[in-house]
Design a protein. Structure first.
Length: 353
């Protein structure tokens, strides 16, 4: 999946969305849950704090090989995400990226009301938490007073590319996120400088190659060293101090995007009244429902005896969860178990018949 394809799947905040299921987390387990629910005619909306789908697979190890996905002897984190996105395409899920669920309350009719920090509201019959270890929070660089610049001239993600048009941008980092945004923002930036502590990058080789080509053409500056200080006033930076092997340099920039990796925190989930155990959500192994009826948890966020934190385990949990969710969405409809290999009905839904 390309950067543009990921962003095009993002739904902008609209009025209140009413749906069958809200899935919190767009990692592999959340994506496969879309598929299992879709087979049962259950519509889902997916929320994730990251700006693209894939969770840890896309953000932390997009090029890292995974060897224990059934039927795929070897697949990268990004490759698995791409295949899952292709698999769920028939069900046309809607994604709400770059936002976090802040509030969750139960309505008088038994449904749930959710609100995100981007101003999007939902009413849903069921909530499925597939948030991995919790919410991903960007790591803050150890720079004095950086808090004063955050949200004004220092940003940890890109919500709207147009906000960065004509800016003098400083991107700090050497991973996929840093390189992706160098390539995406360079055409609209007034100037763009990439800073990394060494001339060796952890990003996809083709991204590194494209970045170096832009450097050779004079369209991007590459600086090897570490930012030690931001300079500016009232939250607006005008420059940054760079420490290099041979001394210091002042880099003029009015916008900085630091990509220093992510930390995982449970976030607002901790305030939802669930009976948490060591920051995990205990569930039963029949339907993977939490202590709150209608709230389910699958993947690394849940806990039960014998739990294995494997992607394939999360896929199994998504399948059983979906069977139970059907009773909430269609309480008066009997669930008929079908196989995709033999059911013409399921094959029609998948567009293969």
């Amino acid at each position: 999946m390309t950067m543009s394809e990921t962003h095009s799947s993002q739904a902008a905040p609209t009025g209140t969305v009413e749906t069958d299921v809200v899935i919190i987390g767009a990692g592999p387990c959340g994506l496969f849950a879309v598929f299992e629910l879709g087979l049962l005619d259950i519509k889902s909306h997916v929320i994730d704090i990251l700006p693209k789908v894939g969770g840890q697979c896309s953000e932390l190890y997009p090029e890292k090989p995974i060897y224990d996905i059934p039927g795929l002897p070897i697949v990268t984190g990004q490759g698995l995400t791409d295949r899952l996105m292709e698999q769920i395409q028939p069900f046309e899920p809607e994604f709400h990226l770059n936002q976090q669920v802040n509030t969750l309350t139960r309505l008088d009719d038994g449904r749930f009301s959710l609100s995100t920090d981007a101003g999007q509201d939902f009413i849903t019959k069921v909530v499925v938490v597939a948030a991995g270890g919790g919410s991903f929070t960007p790591k803050r660089p150890p720079l004095p007073g950086i808090e004063d610049y955050e949200g004004t001239s220092v940003f940890y993600s890109v919500r709207k590319m147009e906000d960065f048009r004509g800016k003098d941008i400083l991107i700090v980092g050497g991973g996929d996120s840093a390189l992706d945004w160098v390539l995406s923002l360079q055409p609209i930036a007034n100037s763009l400088t990439l800073v990394h502590r060494r001339d060796d990058f952890r990003a996809a080789p083709h991204s590194v190659e494209q970045m170096r080509q832009l450097v050779s053409e004079g369209k991007v500056e590459l600086k090897i060293g570490q930012i030690t200080q931001l300079n500016g006033d009232n939250g607006q930076m005008v420059s940054a101090n760079l420490k290099k092997k041979d001394g210091e340099e002042v880099l003029e920039a009015n916008t900085m995007l630091p990509f220093f990796g992510l930390t995982m925190k449970l976030g607002p989930i901790a305030d939802w009244g669930l009976n948490l155990h060591e920051n995990l959500i205990p569930v039963d192994t029949e339907k993977f429902e939490s202590s709150e009826k209608g709230i389910f948890a699958i993947g690394d966020i849940n806990s039960y005896p014998g739990k294995l934190k494997l992607i394939l385990s999360g896929f199994h949990e998504a399948a059983l969860m979906s069977q139970r969710v059907h009773h909430y969405v269609y309480p008066d409809k009997k669930l008929l178990f079908q196989y995709t290999t033999s059911s013409s009905n399921l094959q029609k839904k998948l567009g293969v018949r």
